[in-house]
Design a protein around this ligand. Structure first.
Ligand SMILES: Nc1ncnc2c1ncn2[C@@H]1O[C@H](COP(=O)(O)OP(=O)(O)OP(=O)(O)O)[C@@H](O)[C@H]1O
Length: 604
């Protein structure tokens, strides 16, 4: 355990990344973890604990209540999962227990799935030496599914908070059985649980948490909500804060993420993002955030016209599709994911002074999934760049968005397009993450690689194309995409239950536009680029090569695997799907190869 050298309350442990050198040398084994878990981690390529794991694991193994606050991507999940599994592995199972021993509560379904997969993969890697039943529950599950999931009962339940009260009220779970068996309660992404509207559910649950239950609360940011939860559920917990929250400024963005911004008008945002992507001034994979679903589709349609493929992720899509999109993106099947991370209520007013049309509002009234959370806590793999096409509505949203890159020991970058409407929130963000004492410190620096000339050389076509992406086109594409995803989702459900790892059926970066992109818009000829931009492109490419390509390995595997799977029942899905898959494969082979021919031949 990290010893406190400063005068801080006895149960409060603050930790700086550069202190306690000997602590940082410690291995998982030396933290006292079960060797089966240590081997499982090694098989995953995880060798040394992150700072939060170094401090939290021993405390949790000792049975302490812990509140851990650490940056996004700092490894908080293993910080509680490893000691939790250790304790469950080594406990003699209580006979006749009628409820779960451990409950992990998370704010969204996506997180539920993610944590569930993480637990299952650790258990599987323990080579069948461990028999633990793990289930996931979400509020939309029918009572019969909940009943069968809870039969046994399971050792670990991963759930959104609304589910447990639902299980209790429908008689699927008895309050007494629940209280008698519960030994571990984890509130993960605690800073979000209340903002997702789970306060009543959590209060209902509190009454049932027995005194001896070990409670753990994990969060990326500190907030009054976290304080509230801490008081509600934990008893005299150890408070871990990494890195140390200094007197002056709270550091919430990982140091390994370089943050940039570009000042541009609302109208020029399409032009600027085109320049960033088309001139390849940002590293792939990139996660692009918009505040409304319509804007996400507008952006996708616009980029398509220039031959830039992307996929869309939002709360409107069916759950299966969302999970599938995440898995595909994580597996490297496409490079750009446009995500909308706000809820329906917020979507009505986008804060930028833009008034949405009546029809658009009608579409926005579609039922969005309140348990959806694209940004919060999701472990996107190998995202190098996060682009804020529109600025989030609050500073915490910025922290969570940027936290999708630079995870664990990786590096990353972010680029925010900031219009005059968004300067206020931008200032707020800067003051949250910056150094107030040193006003000149460029925590978010101006993006250095894009010259005015480079932008202007693209303006004519960019504006022309932007005009062609009409509101009607956006609306039609959104409706069409939703229809497709609903059909696919129903058909996929059965298959994914049997083959959860199969990613290859549907390509989510399919082209939505009815007209193919014009060849002259696909590539940028050299004569349009000034020497500075050409130099910048080269630098980015070199950096990508140094980083080991552009994450295409998985994609290539995916393509080949698919072409071999002629017998796959999913391939008979529909003529459309097959065509798309074939086209997708061809296209990807081209993209995987040397793409240096780009920028040379075609006229722009
Ligand atoms: N000790 C480690 N060494 C290397 N990678 C690790 C280690 N611990 C966790 N990771 C990886 O780091 C990534 C981020 O971990 P995790 O999702 O737990 O972060 P987090 O702190 O919960 O972030 P967020 O607040 O965004 O949810 C995951 O891909 C995880 O597998």
């Amino acid at each position: 355990m990290a010893k406190s050298k400063r005068e801080i309350p006895p149960n409060e442990i603050k930790h700086q990344e550069d202190e306690e050198e000997t602590e940082e040398e410690k291995s998982f084994d030396e933290l006292g973890l079960d060797l089966r878990l240590v081997h499982a981690l090694n098989k995953k390529g995880i060798q040394k604990p992150t700072p939060i794991q170094l401090v939290a694991v021993p405390l949790i193994l000792e049975g302490k209540d812990v509140v851990a606050r650490a940056k996004t991507g700092s490894g908080k999940t293993f910080a509680y999962l490893l000691p939790l599994l250790h304790r469950l592995f080594n406990e003699s199972s209580v006979k006749n227990k009628l409820g779960p021993a451990a409950v992990i509560l998370v704010p969204t379904r996506e997180l539920c799935q993610q944590i569930y997969s993480e637990v299952m993969s650790l258990i599987e890697l323990c080579k069948g030496q461990i028999q633990l039943k793990v289930v996931q529950l979400t509020s939309s599950m029918p009572a019969s599914d909940m009943r069968s999931a809870l039969a046994g009962p399971p050792d670990i339940v991963v759930s959104t908070p609304g589910c447990i009260p639902k299980c209790l009220s429908t008689g699927v779970l008895q309050s007494k059985s629940f209280s008698d068996s519960l030994k571990y309660l984890v509130l993960d992404e605690a800073d979000l649980l209340l903002s997702y509207g789970y306060e009543d559910d959590l209060k209902a649950l509190t009454a049932l948490v027995p005194r001896g239950c070990q409670c753990l609360l994990m969060s990326a940011t500190s907030s009054s909500d976290v304080e509230k939860l801490k008081k509600l559920i934990l008893h005299n917990p150890f408070i871990l804060t990494l890195p140390e929250v200094g007197d002056v400024k709270d550091e919430v963005i990982p140091k390994n993420v370089q943050q940039f911004w570009i000042s541009c008008s609302e109208r020029d945002k399409l032009l600027y993002i085109l320049a960033l992507l088309k001139l390849e001034l940002v590293q792939k994979k990139a996660l692009i955030f918009t505040n409304t679903i319509d804007m996400g589709f507008r952006l996708k349609l616009y980029l398509e016209k220039f031959g830039i493929k992307s996929a869309i992720l939002n709360a409107e899509l069916p759950q299966n599709s969302r999970l599938h999109i995440l898995e595909e993106f994580n597996a490297g099947l496409f490079d750009y994911l446009i995500a909308t991370d706000e809820s329906q209520t917020k979507e009505k007013d986008d804060g930028s002074g833009h008034v949405e049309s009546k029809r658009s509002r009608k579409y926005n009234k579609r039922k969005l999934d309140s348990e959806f959370g694209v940004v919060r806590g999701i472990d996107f793999k190998n995202v190098y760049t996060v682009i804020n096409f529109e600025m989030p509505r609050d500073a915490a949203g910025y922290v969570h968005r940027i936290g999708r890159t630079g995870r664990a020991y990786n590096t990353g970058a972010s680029v925010s397009l900031v219009s005059p409407y968004e300067m206020e929130i931008f200032e707020e963000i800067k003051s949250l993450i910056g150094d107030e004492e040193n006003k000149d410190s460029n925590v978010i620096a101006p993006f250095p690689l894009l010259t005015k000339n480079a932008v202007e050389s693209l303006r004519y076509r960019a504006e022309d194309v932007a005009k062609s992406v009409t509101k009607i086109a956006v609306r039609e594409s959104r409706a069409q995409d939703l229809r497709n995803e609903i059909i696919n989702s129903v058909k996929l459900k059965a298959h994914f239950e049997v083959n959860p790892k199969d990613l290859d059926l549907l390509k989510h970066d399919k082209v939505l536009s009815k007209k193919p992109s014009a060849p002259h818009l696909r590539d940028v000829p050299d004569y349009l680029l000034d020497p500075t931009t050409q130099e910048a492109c080269k630098m980015v490419k070199l950096a990508r090569a140094a980083m080991g390509g552009n994450n295409n390995t998985a994609r290539r595997h995916g393509t080949r695997k698919k072409s071999r799977k002629e017998g796959d029942p999913l391939k008979t899905f529909s003529v459309e799907a097959r065509k798309r898959a074939y086209k997708g494969g061809k296209k990807r082979e081209g993209r995987d190869g040397d793409d240096s021919h780009k920028h040379k031949k075609n006229k722009f």
